[in-house]
Design a protein around this ligand. Structure first.
Ligand SMILES: C[S@@+](CC[C@H](N)C(=O)[O-])C[C@H]1O[C@@H](n2cnc3c(N)ncnc32)[C@H](O)[C@@H]1O
Length: 157
C-alpha cells in the first residue's frame, strides 16, 4: 500500500493523544492529500463524517497481547483497538468540516501529527451502525468519562 496523504493534528506525542475520536471531540486536524488523488475527493463534501484508514507509523514493536486502556488485564490485540497491531492499521471516524482542493478540514481526531493516510471512506449510518452489537470484555469494564479518553500513555510503553 502507498499512503495517499498525511493527517495533521495537534498531537506530537502518544501520551497527549486521545484514545478514540470521542476523546478528541472538537479537536481539529487536516488531511493533506497527495495531489495525484485529489480527483477522488469529488462528492465527498456532502458527508458529515469520514472513516479514515491509516498507518500507526510510530509503532515499532507490534504485540499480540496488550493491556488495553479500559482494562487491567491482557487481551488479544484483535479484541482491542490498541495501535500495536501487526499491520499497524488505524481506523477513525472523524467529522468533515470542509474541503478546499486537496485539503480536508476535520475534527474529532485521535492520531499523531504526520500520520500516513491509506484511505478515506464516507461514513454511512445505514451500512456502518449495528444496533444489536455486543462489546465483549468492554461490557464488563466501567466506561470512563469522555475526559479520560482524551489521553493516555499506555501505548507509548
Ligand atoms: C487506541 S488507538 C485508536 C485509534 C483508532 N481510533 C482505531 O481504533 O484504530 C489511538 C492511540 O494510538 C496512538 N497513535 C495515534 N497515531 C499513531 C501513529 N501514527 N503511530 C503510532 N501510534 C499512534 C496514540 O497513542 C493514540 O492515543
Amino acid at each position: 500500500m502507498t499512503p495517499i496523504g498525511v493527517i495533521h493534528t495537534p498531537f506530537r506525542q502518544m501520551r497527549d493523544t486521545p484514545i478514540q475520536p470521542l476523546g478528541g471531540q472538537a479537536v481539529r486536524g487536516q488531511i493533506v492529500l497527495d495531489p495525484a488523488y485529489a480527483e477522488g475527493l469529488a462528492d465527498v463534501e456532502g458527508f458529515s463524517h469520514l472513516t479514515l484508514v491509516y498507518c500507526f507509523d510510530r509503532i515499532t514493536q507490534p504485540a499480540l497481547r496488550v493491556v488495553p486502556y479500559m482494562d487491567t488485564q491482557e487481551r488479544g490485540i484483535f479484541a482491542t483497538r490498541a495501535p500495536k497491531r501487526p499491520n499497524r492499521i488505524g481506523l477513525s471516524t472523524v467529522r468533515l468540516l470542509g474541503v478546499q482542493g486537496g485539503v480536508l478540514d476535520i475534527c474529532d481526531v485521535d492520531m499523531l501529527d504526520g500520520t500516513p493516510l491509506l484511505d478515506i471512506k464516507p461514513f454511512y449510518p445505514r451500512y456502518d451502525n449495528r444496533h444489536d452489537a455486543r462489546a465483549g470484555w468492554l461490557e464488563q469494564v466501567a466506561e470512563p468519562p469522555v475526559a479520560q479518553l482524551r489521553a493516555d500513555d499506555r501505548f507509548a510503553r
